[in-house]
Design a binder for this molecule. Structure first.
Ligand code: NAD
Ligand code: UDX
Length: 465
């Protein structure tokens, strides 16, 4: 079996960066080069101050610190890295299309195609090309076709190796993966390529957790895993609405059903709605694929997961408005959290963006505090929606780095991300700062209702009457 000594990864993002850092840590005999066309991002990965890495993930800076410059390299020299590597991971973004056929649903594969063409142009010897990005079923055959038709007569083996890490726990997930999935051709050379990739993971993942499938099962499994996870969140969120109308409590319901070993207790936390770069994108992609094969009922079934998620975000915003006597115009509302979940600086599809947008439409004045998200990112997220002018966004929404001071004369606090530090705040002092009645809208079920109502707050927790 061929031994891999040089890996290249195209795309130094939330997946490429952490995944390759962990491979470099676990395989000191392999030289890993992560390349990107984004010069700023690569400069951040190479910053001598590890606090300035482009991605915040617990444990990541330590690994980068220990491997960078030894067997982990970040570079903008894409062609050179492709040329030198025996194995090339493609880990570029695959966002939802914003134009043309499939707009709003299908995955935009232009970055993938550019990578394939780049590899075809540069490669002078045989390579294993690994799809790390999440791709629609049968993308591998498109990549293969590009490589075969424009290549320099070299052999390419295409593998699908989707990534299952969750942000905020990426390093832990990579080091202790539930499973690693490797899809590839059933031909002798396809099987060999799967074994070569498997041997890399076997350095730290037990072999029985490394699954080999055909390439399409692998591509589809990734979309399906995210669809099932998101479906659990939408399912419990739909019940949270019912709990609020009755005297049922969503935490008690989650616990009661989660004890059934067939259901299981994970991913049953009701929230303001799921966010992140994957769930919505991948379900839309699944819906698009089902529809394109004429499977209307299948498409409608999965689309409902997203419809329910949008409903949950709107419902939260509506609850704030109706509780504040049906008007938030000119009222100061503090947002605790902007990231789509704790322990990440990623804000893609974060519920906070949509709740803020709905409240700004009602002319609320919002102040945001998030421990890891930059002011620049918060405004970029709002501007991207194009709901109002950038000037209006900056006039109506402010960003603070002092979460307590910001509550002076506020009408309400909305908790949008479950950052642990929010639990440790001096809530009595915050209460003193605020106008009365002082409201808290807890979209993450983070705080203790008894303690806060004791202080004097009017406290709403998602999923409780
Ligand atoms: P990202 O946007 O953080 O990173 C992608 C990077 O690819 C960017 O830095 C971009 O500049 C670079 N890039 C794009 N085209 C390029 C090209 N032609 N040459 C070189 N670099 C190029 O995206 P991400 O979150 O890392 O996601 C990457 C893929 O992994 C997506 O398909 C996503 O669905 C999938 N995925 C993401 C997660 C997650 O938690 N973010 C988890 C599992 C799978
Ligand atoms: C997800 C998948 O978990 C991961 O396997 C895949 O590789 C990428 O997509 P990620 O989006 O990073 O990972 O985070 P995840 O922990 O799945 O959370 C997604 C969203 O769902 C977050 O907004 C989170 O707050 C929300 N969520 C999750 C809930 O509201 N309730 C839950 O019980 C779990």
């Amino acid at each position: 079996m061929r031994k891999i000594t040089k890996i290249c990864c195209i795309g130094a993002g939330y997946v490429g960066g952490p995944t390759m850092s962990v491979i470099a840590k676990q395989c000191p005999d392999i030289q890993v080069t992560v390349v990107d066309i984004n010069e700023v991002r690569i400069a951040q990965w190479n910053d001598s101050n590890l606090d300035n890495l482009p991605i915040y993930e617990p444990g990541l800076a330590e690994i980068v610190g220990a491997t960078r410059g030894k067997n982990l390299f970040f570079s903008t020299e894409v062609d050179k890295a492709i040329d030198e590597a025996q194995m090339i991971f493609i880990s570029v973004n695959t966002p939802t299309k914003t134009y043309g056929k499939g707009k709003g649903q299908a995955a935009d594969l232009k970055f993938i195609e550019l990578c394939a063409r780049n590899i075809a142009r540069v490669a002078k010897d045989n390579k294993i090309v690994v799809e790390k990005s999440t791709l629609p079923v049968r993308t591998a055959s498109a990549i293969k076709s590009i490589l075969e038709n424009t290549g320099n007569g070299v052999d390419f083996e295409i593998l699908s190796n989707p990534e299952f890490l969750a942000e905020g726990t990426a390093i832990e997930d990579l080091l202790n993966a539930d499973r690693v999935l490797i899809g590839g051709d059933e031909t002798p050379s396809g099987k060999e390529a799967k074994n070569i990739l498997s041997a890399i993971y076997e350095k730290w993942i037990p072999k029985d957790r490394i699954l080999q499938t055909n390439v399409w099962s692998s591509e589809l499994s990734k979309l399906v895993a995210n669809a099932f996870l998101a479906q659990r969140v939408s399912s419990i969120n739909s019940i949270s609405a019912l709990c609020e109308k009755t005297d049922a409590n969503i935490a008690e319901v989650s616990r009661a059903i989660g004890y059934d070993s067939r259901i299981g207790s994970k991913f049953l936390n009701s929230s303001v709605g799921f966010g992140g770069s994957c769930f919505q994108k991948d379900i839309l992609n699944l819906v698009y694929i089902a529809r394109s094969y004429g499977l209307q009922e299948v498409a409608d079934y999965w689309e409902q997961v997203i419809i329910m998620n949008d409903y949950q975000k709107k419902r939260f915003a509506n609850t704030i408005v109706s509780s504040l006597y049906n008007t938030v115009s000119g009222k100061k509302i503090i947002f605790y959290g902007w990231a789509f979940k704790k322990d990440t600086n990623d804000t893609r599809e974060s519920a906070a963006i949509y709740v803020a947008d709905a409240l700004l439409d009602e002319r609320a004045e919002i102040t945001v505090y998030d421990p890891k998200v930059t002011e620049e990112q918060i405004y970029a997220d709002l501007d991207y929606l194009n709901t109002r002018s950038p000037e209006d966004n900056r006039r109506l929404l402010k960003v603070t780095n002092d979460p307590t001071l910001a509550t002076q004369d506020a009408h309400a606090i909305a908790i949008l991300t479950e950052w642990d530090e929010f639990k440790t705040y001096d809530w009595s002092l915050i209460y003193e700062n605020m106008l009365k009645p002082a409201f808290i809208f807890d979209g993450r079920r983070l705080l203790n209702k008894g303690e806060l109502t004791q202080i004097g707050f009017k406290y709403y927790k998602i999923g409780e009457s």
